[in-house]
Design a protein around this ligand. Structure first.
Ligand code: A3P
Length: 302
């Protein structure tokens, strides 16, 4: 199930380094594009929670935090299943999991991960007034993390070189499209929809404060003891060592973690080790232009 009629399912191995396919002007993985009609017709339920982000913004981090909040800070309840099974990825490109079928079968409260830009979120999420948590990360660390993810994700286009990948990112010619449009679009949507807009840098600076914001948004009260358990369970080091969050349960023909780890560095400011001055200035200039008058600002160091 899940494909347009007449389409054959591709074998998992045939997903290697495919070129993007445009859907409504946004480059997507072929595996997503082939399921687009079903994704766009997805039927949300009013109590669905959406976790949305541009890829590599700390999505997995906020997913684990949400699951821990919902389970009263009990790590054992979160350690039974990989995160991508607990919170299916709506437009997951790869047929190794079937998010649409899994979501349909879920009876308990559903949390759905997506990287879709605001204009492509399936309409029923708006109609059902679902709560949405959006996670944003500064573009310099975000693009560097995305570059390394392309190196290790064997189903994504070849990033070629760092400079080439950065140029593609700045032009919006990467999977899920323009980072600038993504963060700005969701920022503007929060004025007329229940969206909690979070920043990776704030989370690094004071996880306790940000976790409390999430809990409040989800109508949970967190006693200090529970809050501390959540903070400890969701540190970078703990999540890197946890097979249920570090994606080591996916086969290496999808994520080759010998090339780069999914939980790579988890830092603010790692970009400084990779950007030239000219690259940094170019990104700053484009950022100033495209985020002008939005009220949206990013910290590139703490
Ligand atoms: P780096 O590649 O910079 O290390 P996503 O989940 O959206 O794919 O984002 C992955 C990025 O978030 C990776 O960034 C990863 O290391 C980082 N990350 C994941 N869990 C984290 C945590 N608990 N603390 C800090 N960063 C985390």
């Amino acid at each position: 199930m899940g494909l347009e009629s007449g389409e054959q399912e591709l074998s998992p191995e045939s997903f290697k380094r495919l070129d993007p396919v445009e859907v409504h002007g946004i480059p997507f993985h072929k595996g997503t594009a082939r399921r687009w009609r079903l994704i766009s017709e997805f039927k949300a339920r009013p109590d669905d929670l959406v976790i949305c982000s541009y890829p590599k913004s700390g999505t997995t981090w906020i997913q684990e935090i949400v699951d821990m909040i919902r389970h009263g800070g009990d790590p054992q309840k979160c350690e039974k299943t990989p995160i991508y099974k607990r919170m299916p990825f709506l437009e997951m490109p790869h047929p190794v999991v079937s998010p649409l079928e899994e979501l349909e079968a879920m009876t308990s409260l559903r949390t759905i991960k997506t990287h879709l830009p605001v204009q492509l979120l399936p309409p029923s999420f708006w109609e059902q007034n679902c709560k949405i948590i959006y996670m944003a990360r500064n573009p310099k660390d975000n693009v560097l993390s995305y570059f390394h993810f392309h190196r290790m994700n064997q189903t994504y286009p070849d990033p070629v070189t760092w400079n080439q990948f950065l140029e593609n990112f700045l032009a919006g010619k990467v999977l899920w499209g323009s980072w600038f449009d993504h963060v700005r679009g969701w920022w503007e949507a929060k004025d007329h929809h229940p969206i909690l807009y979070l920043f990776y840098e704030d989370m690094k600076e004071d996880p306790g404060r940000e976790i409390q914001k999430v809990a409040q948004f989800l109508d949970f009260e967190l006693p200090e003891l529970v809050l501390n358990k959540i903070i400890q369970h969701t540190t970078f080091e703990r999540m890197k060592a946890n097979p249920m969050t570090n994606y080591s349960t996916l086969p290496s023909f999808i994520l080759d973690q010998t090339v780069s780890s999914f939980m790579r560095k988890g830092m603010v400011g790692d970009w400084k080790s990779n950007f030239t001055v000219a690259q940094s200035e170019k990104l700053d200039g484009i950022c100033d232009q495209l985020l002008r008058n939005s009220g949206l600002t990013f910290r590139t160091q703490l």
